[in-house]
Design a protein around this ligand. Sequence first.
Ligand code: BJ8
Length: 425
Amino acid sequence: MASQYEEMWRGLGLDLAAHDQLLQVLGQGYQQIFLAQSNRPQGMDYFNFVMSEVHGLRIKELVDGKKEGTKVVGSYCVFVPEEIVRAAGATLVGLCSGADFAVEEVEKLLPRNTCALIKSSFGFKLGRVCPYLESADLIVGENTCDGKKKSYEALEKLVSNLYVMDLPQVKSSEGRALLKAEYWRFKEAMEELAGKAISAADLKRGIKIANDKRRVISRLSNLRSNNPAPISGLDALLINQVYFYDDPVRFTEAVNKICEELGERVRKNEGVVPKEAPRILMSGCPMAVPNWKLPWIIESAGAVIVGEESCVGERGTRNLVAEDGGTVEELMEAIVDRYFNIDCAIFTPNPDRAKHVAEMFRGYKAQGVMHYSLQFCQPYQIESIPLEKLLEDQGLPTLRLETDYSQEDIEQIKTRVEAFLEILR
Ligand code: BJ8
């Protein structure tokens, strides 16, 4: 990929040597983790291609779009409403990163005990290796966990285009009013960025695009509820990760296509693994590309992941925006309604999340829950203790895992995962 896109990367200000290194590691990891799987659906060819061009062709599309006036908005959280971004005719891309980079530099700005997701996002900026970040006309941060909201104070000094969205922490009427006010303020910011007013027709179009993506992910999730599972958890996670980068209409078509193939597998009672493979529901922090460590360990041990209770997964895609509003006010109200349901652990209290985990467990015929928290992620770590108790009280076996982006704990995690799977078998 390198030579073909070198000029574009240089133009974006990337550090070419560091970026080459990153691509090499990414490529090797992809080869060992994804391409080494057997019995993959053919429809994954599309996602292999997307990943092989994730810093190439997709960035070229964004850069070409920018020349035509299409703005790029980068976000770190599923609370940033894609509908409003699309309504402004702009493109939304995810900026969260799943690999350690420029750690020494990062730790000059952030304490060592900051979660890997935040540190990684800083590392990609300081190391100048993320073409998505460098293509973004607007970078949207949000006041969610303490780590994120405080780190944006430091990020503001590194970028000139940071917009911070305030978010509620309590599901009260005041909390909803805050979200509503912030989404209206965001709409104005998007109008200013795009240089045009957002009409009801624009919002309807944005809502339809985002809903279609969510519908197709829900179709995929339903297919995964079959036993034997028709697709590996790794491949399904990858699809959920690509959700944040790809052109949404093309993505929706590709996932629909793979769902046809998976439907055929289900009809023939064919699975990607034998029927006896333990079925795992993942729950917890989001997994950004290329954070594939845990699913890789779990599936290499003979289990299959059948669902993700995560923002890169069902927490991020559950619920649609009502499409029947006729005015900007009605449609904005519908957007607020949908997002106010997201059960992120930054909310206190957050009882819906436990309910959703239990529902997903039963719906996807899981046999065990593996709760994943990133080290130093207080919201998910603290919530994992009562969540585990609640699930165990209902007879749902749960394993709490805590890790980061390093490779050092692989053996230790393997041992714990294998012991848990033994109990399930
Ligand atoms: S809606 S989960 S995407 S905030 S892992 S940075 S919580 S210390 S990512 Fe998130 Fe939005 Fe919530 Fe979803 Fe903080 Fe935890 Fe780090 Fe996290």
